[in-house]
Ligand binder design. Structure first.
Ligand code: SF4
Length: 293
């Protein structure tokens, strides 16, 4: 662009001025998962230890319920994928569980403790085979999915199961090996639905938590507005994560499963909160963690 300049003596000069197009502000890339979003919402200090400082491997603590849940999920994946429908019986399921169990046996106090958790795993799987439709052909099982929700914001995670229903819509199912919570946080499943709806040419109409110990399923119907709301909630949380500086700790029930109690200044408060919590599954682990402290 050319501009006219007039000096104090009346002399006129023309100069060329560079013009810059307005630039969009580029945000640093951010990768989130439904689990990391949940961690940030529950305790920001835990989020920092795991995702900013990357101390997860250093402080990883083997826990019996994680080992058990891992084997139950692997057994369900094998049962509904590689086993022919006519062989999907309790006996086959037990054989698969025994095989998967040999892969990893960490976190147990002793053989008796391991046996108790193995029996619990078998009971959950047996209930599943007796009460659920095991003749299904899921579209996805234990599948890793990822999608760019907005430029620079990646959402990713592993989905337990996706079924394609008769009307062509999708149903996302998340297996839980613990008890039914008093309050159900649907955001986790809505975020999975968001990824899947961005990746596949089908709509997600239903999401479910299936609690294996009780056989109870909680299902929510999903429409386009709810999916948009989930995307909006994600953007709000991503903005908070990008701006976060303090990473305050929030002692509470999450401390029971937190690997970072040894370096958390709120540890004493955390342990008190965990003892007061009513988490039958975690009780052994709490006492074991306290003994190690
Ligand atoms: S022990 Fe509790 S307060 Fe400390 S980081 Fe873990 S969850 Fe947060």
């Amino acid at each position: 662009m050319t501009e006219k300049l007039t000096g104090s003596s009346g002399q006129v000069r023309y100069i060329t001025v560079p013009v810059f197009a307005p630039r969009e502000i580029e945000l640093p890339p951010l990768k989130l998962s439904p689990y990391s979003v949940s961690t940030f919402r529950v305790c920001r200090q835990q989020y920092k230890f795991r995702y900013i400082d990357k101390l997860g491997d250093q402080y990883a603590t083997a826990r019996p319920y994680y080992t058990m849940a891992n084997h139950v999920h692997a057994t369900l994946r094998d049962l509904l994928s590689v086993v022919p429908i006519e062989e999907r019986t309790k006996k086959t399921t037990e054989r698969l569980l025994r095989k998967n169990w040999q892969r990893c046996r960490v976190g147990f106090k002793n053989r008796a403790d391991e046996k108790r958790w193995a029996e619990k795993a078998l009971a959950e799987l047996s209930r599943f085979v007796s009460e659920q439709d095991v003749a299904v052909h899921p579209l996805m099982l234990e599948a890793w999915v990822e999608a760019e929700i907005t430029p620079g914001l990646i959402l990713q995670g592993r989905i337990d199961r996706v079924d394609k229903e008769a009307d062509g819509s999708l149903h996302i199912i998340d297996y839980k090996t613990g008890n039914v919570p008093q309050h159900t946080d649907w955001l986790q499943l809505y975020l999975y639905a968001l990824i899947v709806s961005r990746k596949l040419p089908y709509s997600v109409h239903r999401v479910s938590f299936h609690y294996l110990s009780s056989g109870i399923s909680q299902t929510a119907e999903l429409n386009a507005e709810q999916l948009e709301q989930a995307a909006w909630d994600l953007l709000v949380i991503a903005g908070e994560i990008r701006r976060e500086k303090a990473y305050r700790r929030t002692p509470g029930q999450a401390c029971q499963r937190c690997d970072f109690t040894p370096i958390c200044a709120g540890k004493q408060v955390a342990c008190k909160a965990s003892v007061e919590g009513d988490f039958e599954l975690w009780r052994d682990c709490v006492s074991r963690d306290n003994a190690l402290a």
